[in-house]
Design a protein around this ligand. Structure first.
Ligand SMILES: [Zn+2]
Length: 95
């Protein structure tokens, strides 16, 4: 049974998720599987259509061609990652 928010107490700030998220974002994302928010197609990220000849990188669904992922990097060491077009991303984690 999942505890209610009242039983869990007040939430922590985002720093409390640093350990779990660093495990997730340290994997080879090309073997991750994405589920398209547009059509529900699920496949490996490496199978998406990549458009890289632009100010950023765009990955489109290989089934419906909706934009799944957008990544823009600045010359100042920052990146913007838009995952709006991904309903779910499955990432293999080392056991
Ligand atoms: Zn799609």
């Amino acid at each position: 049974m999942t505890p209610t928010s009242e039983e869990q107490g007040p939430p922590f700030d985002g720093n409390a998720s640093a350990g779990d998220l660093s495990d997730v974002f340290a994997v080879d994302v090309t073997v991750a599987r994405t589920t398209c928010a547009g059509c529900g197609d699920t496949r490996q990220l490496a199978e998406l259509y990549a458009y890289t000849r632009a100010p950023g990188t765009v990955l489109r669904c290989a089934s419906c061609e909706s934009v799944q992922i957008r990544l823009v990097r600045s010359a100042h060491g920052q990146a913007w990652l838009d995952l709006t077009g991904v309903r779910v991303m499955q990432l293999p984690l080392d056991a």
